[in-house]
Design a protein around this ligand. Structure first.
Ligand SMILES: *Cc1c(COP(=O)(O)O)cnc(C)c1O
Length: 389
């Protein structure tokens, strides 16, 4: 028998920032008070600052999908033509949401593990000049693939369509210059790089997007962005907010500001780079052609079910890592980097992986993957300033 500490190592929910977790003890607060309004105002301002935009940033009480749905119901009308990039389970979610709302979707699909080339978006917009919107994932968490948001934005910007980005695992893991690139709608979620539990969604809207809200005819009630913006101006949310999470978010944003959003992104990208080095050294293959900084999807060795790897992480070490979703279940496992992850987390994950692969009969020279991770750390960080609060 060995002690096993529970470690939450999935790409959402992610490890919690201790200070944010402790702050949730102060949840015995009423939301229609000046005390709470002050917290809410600060959180909204900090969110805007961390997202790096002059656009309005709003908070919705929902998981990330709520903000995805809100972007559709608040900005579009029935039968509007839209272009949807679909390269994984979350792209499929965009397709389902726009279809559920009666939009006319031109779907650009890619095999799991591939990304949609920006040229395909350009062509779709050329062939559908009446398209009102383009939907994409910055980081397709189900496959570990990134999209070239900057290149796509430069294409969409020249048209009358708005660019709607599910950046739920993109924020804090890859650069997203909302104002500079012209990202009309950017969506985030609390349980990803924001280091707090699930239950809050974030959405920023450009003036071009707000203009769409003036003519959009789809029905909406709970997610009413115009109403939410008006409430936010008074330091309140439209409905009863998730006070415990808002208080946690206040601490998390303070932390992210203290290290800098660019450093949080660099941290995720460095961990992703080290992970790639580690798994490739062990002879494994990456699943995504254009791997994201948020999560690394790794193919299980030939003849091995990735579910066995995920199961052994849990049974041997109480580490919770992600399997593949849908038809990718059993094929891949995913190592997360977004938010409150550090190199010691990765040293452990890689050492665990070596032991698990060995136990499953895959030839492993112990320490080889870990050494590759250590080398990336040493090259990047030993001589330079480390990321810490
Ligand atoms: C986590 C995630 C979502 C949101 O899922 P919820 O369960 O609603 O929070 C959406 N898109 C991507 C890319 C995600 O990683």
């Amino acid at each position: 028998m060995y002690i096993r500490k529970t470690r939450l190592l999935t790409p959402g929910p992610t490890p919690l920032l201790p200070k944010a977790l402790h702050a949730m003890m102060g949840s015995d607060i009423h939301h229609r008070t000046e005390e709470f309004r002050n917290i809410y105002r600060t959180v909204l301002a900090d969110l805007k600052e961390v997202m790096g935009t002059s656009n309005d940033a709003l908070i919705l009480v929902a998981s990330g999908t709520g903000a995805m749905e809100a972007s559709v119901s608040n900005l579009f009308s029935p039968c509007d033509k839209v272009v949807v990039c679909c390269a994984g389970k979350f792209g499929e979610r965009w397709v389902e949401i726009v279809k559920a709302h009666g939009l006319d979707a031109v779907v650009l699909s890619a095999e799991y593990g591939e990304s949609i080339a920006p040229e395909r978006v350009e062509q779709a917009l050329r062939e559908n000049p009446n398209a009102r919107g383009v939907f994409v994932q910055a980081s397709e968490t189900s496959t570990g693939a990134a999209h070239d948001i900057q290149a796509m934005a430069s294409i969409v910007k020249k048209t009358d369509a708005i660019f709607v980005i599910d950046a739920i695992t993109g924020l804090g893991t890859q650069p997203l210059d909302i104002d500079g690139w012209g990202l009309d709608v950017v969506i985030g979620g609390s349980q990803k790089a924001f280091m707090i539990p699930p239950g809050l969604a974030f959405i920023s809207l450009s003036p071009k997007a707000w203009a769409f809200s003036e003519t959009a005819k789809l029905p909406r009630y709970y997610f009413n962005l115009k109403k939410e913006k008006k409430s936010a101006a008074g330091g309140e949310s439209s409905w009863t907010p998730n006070t415990s999470l808002i208080i946690a978010l206040a601490e998390a944003l303070k932390y992210i500001k203290s290290i800098g959003m660019d450093k949080l992104i660099a941290n995720a990208q460095m961990l992703a780079k080290a992970t790639r080095a580690g798994v490739l050294t062990l002879g494994l293959e990456l699943f995504a052609k254009h791997p994201a900084g948020s999560v690394t999807a790794v193919r299980a060795p030939k003849g091995m079910d990735s579910s066995a790897i995920v199961k052994e992480y849990h049974s041997r070490f109480a580490s919770v890592i992600a399997n593949g979703q849908g038809s990718m279940k059993g094929q891949i496992f995913r190592i997360a980097h977004l938010g409150y992850f550090d190199f010691p987390d990765l040293f452990a994950m890689m050492a665990e992986l070596e032991i698990i692969l060995h136990a499953q009969g895959y030839p492993v020279e112990f320490g080889k993957g870990v050494a590759a991770v250590q080398r990336v750390y040493a090259d990047a960080a030993v001589a330079k300033e480390a990321v810490h609060a």
